[in-house]
Design a protein around this ligand. Structure first.
Ligand SMILES: Cc1cc2nc3c(=O)[nH]c(=O)nc-3n(C[C@H](O)[C@H](O)[C@H](O)COP(=O)(O)O)c2cc1C
Length: 274
């Protein structure tokens, strides 16, 4: 049941909800929008109808438009967004203290609203939340790598993990950069947009976290470690067997401060014009 309802007192019959519905399930039979029960299953529950209604007259999924944040005047200035994108850095030095749990919770909620193919929303975020869990993951990772190094079984091309183990033994955590938290995004393997969905979710998280002053670093070393070199260490994460890991990110309060943006040359843009 979609719990689709219209406040006929305020609806102005503009048809925007029907026009914007990606699945074309909303019809304007007698002028007021309605969904044919037989078409309900085609609704992808994207909530565009709720968000596009200019008079807040439409409810779907039992949601009240009043509980949405109004957009007028509430988007950040583009210059600020640009500065955030240029000023965000990969953080490789972290304070030991954890990020405020309420903030982490809030960010998890927002990130779950990142776009997903067909609004499937199947991305799973695995959050290593507290110090004890992070320490357990960190230790398990290096100890599993140690077994592989001692067995001289590092996969070709990944011999540098031997050097990371040596650094760890001297007190330097190159894989997790000493971060107090870790986030893994995975999606059901049979979801064709799963790989994209997971990367989008982490990209949203990265930008949002940095806007709150929380540092992040995409963690390819950890992905190699936990999926190729020492997958046993990943057991602690309990990723479902029918899921594929998209990527991983370490995060925490930065122990480094950046004062200005980078100035990188533009990348390749192939312009196709006629
Ligand atoms: C897919 C991906 C994997 C990465 N893996 C690591 C990593 O394992 N360790 C690390 O310190 N940085 C990692 N980085 C961070 C990059 O090195 C960094 O983005 C790049 O040097 C540019 O620096 P910036 O992010 O501060 O602009 C990764 C970045 C991406 C996008």
């Amino acid at each position: 049941m979609l719990e689709f309802s219209i406040d006929e007192e305020t609806c102005i019959k503009c048809g925007e909800c029907a026009e914007d519905c990606p699945a074309s399930v909303i019809e304007l039979g007698d002028g007021f929008p309605a969904i044919d029960p037989e078409k309900e299953e085609n609704c992808i529950q994207c909530q565009h109808c709720l968000t596009v209604c200019p008079t807040a007259s439409l409810s779907i999924l039992g949601l009240s438009p009043e509980d949405s944040i109004p957009l007028k005047g509430n988007f950040p200035d583009p210059e600020k967004v640009e500065t955030l994108m240029l000023g965000r850095r990969s953080t490789r030095r972290y304070k030991e203290e954890p990020v405020d749990p309420a903030l982490v919770e809030r960010m998890m909620d927002v990130v779950q609203n990142a776009p997903t193919g067909v609004n499937r929303r199947s991305t799973r975020l695995t959050l290593v939340e507290d110090k004890a869990a992070m320490d357990a993951l960190r230790t398990a990772t290096y100890e599993e790598i140690r077994k592989v190094v001692e067995a001289e079984a590092l996969p070709p091309g990944l011999e540098f993990f031997g050097g990371m183990l040596k650094a760890w033994d001297k007190g330097k955590d190159i894989i997790y950069r000493g971060a107090p938290h870790f986030l893994v995004a995975s999606a059901p393997t049979d979801n064709p947009s799963g790989p994209a969905d997971t990367l989008i979710a982490l990209s949203y998280f990265e930008i949002l976290a940095n806007s709150y002053g929380v540092g992040t670093v995409w963690d390819g070393y950890a992905k190699w470690a936990l999926t190729v070199v020492a997958p046993k260490a990943a057991e602690i994460l309990n990723i479902p067997e029918d899921h594929t890991i998209g990527y991983m990110m370490a995060f925490g309060m930065p122990a480094v401060k950046y004062y200005r943006t980078v100035q990188r040359p533009g990348g390749v843009v192939d312009r196709i014009t006629v």
